[in-house]
Design a protein around this ligand. Structure first.
Ligand code: ADP
Length: 218
């Protein structure tokens, strides 16, 4: 395994993308850059961006392209991402974002764009049991026999359902995914950059599929 990789992981909400991205970032020793996590941090900090984003996120909408492109451009200029690489999670989500990313990364092109493929019926089931630490963002799965209050093993924060994991917001996000993000598959397959990885199965098996895909594309 050679450390360092520049990867995009696409995939429906609840496809297990976040957890796999964390594992990949440890494996390749690169930062995990999640636009959802960055926005949630801004919400917690109560910044102007956070206040604007919260409304959009809670309704299951998409934050404007210009704002998102600005955030990612700045983040990718940081030393860790420039020198080592990154796992980009949750960006791009629209063709306009993908086009902007191509110019941002013109000097250091992506190694692979991976579509972690999990059917809609399966992700709907997974999202309804998704719980997350309000403080550090660690993901958990509810079993129906969960502690209350539920304390995060990683940081001691409160584990709760996300405000945007209501059935209405989830359905809206999945619809937006089909209309705005699915076209990215055509965008990246047109020049052979897209690799589809089956995201169904035990997380360890999915991870092994992801790393063997990355190795064969570097
Ligand atoms: P999920 O994949 O579970 O929907 P994320 O954590 O990736 O969640 O993102 C949460 C929310 O943050 C999205 O529903 C959207 O409102 C906003 N968001 C994150 N990334 C982007 C992006 N690249 N463009 C627009 N909005 C975004």
């Amino acid at each position: 395994m050679i450390p360092g990789a520049r990867l995009i992981i696409l995939g429906r909400q609840g496809a297990g993308k976040g957890t796999q991205c964390v594992r990949l970032s440890r494996h390749y020793v690169v930062p995990h850059i999640s636009t959802g996590d960055m926005l949630r941090a801004a919400v917690r900090e109560g910044t102007e961006l956070g206040m604007m984003a919260k409304e959009v996120m809670d309704a299951g909408g998409l934050v404007g392209d210009d704002i998102m492109i600005g955030i990612v451009d700045e983040r990718l200029r940081a030393d860790d991402a420039r020198n080592r690489g990154y796992i980009l999670d949750g960006f791009p989500r629209t063709v306009a974002q993908a086009e902007a990313l191509d110019s941002i990364t013109a000097e250091r092109p992506l190694h692979a764009v991976i579509d972690l493929d999990v059917p809609r019926e399966i992700v709907l089931e997974r999202i309804s049991s998704r719980r997350v630490c309000r403080d550090c963002g660690t993901n958990y799965t509810a079993t129906g026999q969960d502690p209350s209050p539920w304390i995060c093993d990683t940081c001691g924060g409160d584990v709760q359902q996300r405000d945007d994991d209501t059935p209405e917001a989830v359905n809206r996000r999945l619809d937006l995914y089909e209309s705005q993000t699915t076209p990215l598959k055509r965008y990246y397959s047109a020049d052979g950059r897209l690799v589809v990885v089956n995201g169904v199965g035990h997380p360890d098996h999915v991870f092994a599929r992801l790393t063997s895909t990355v190795e064969s594309h570097r």
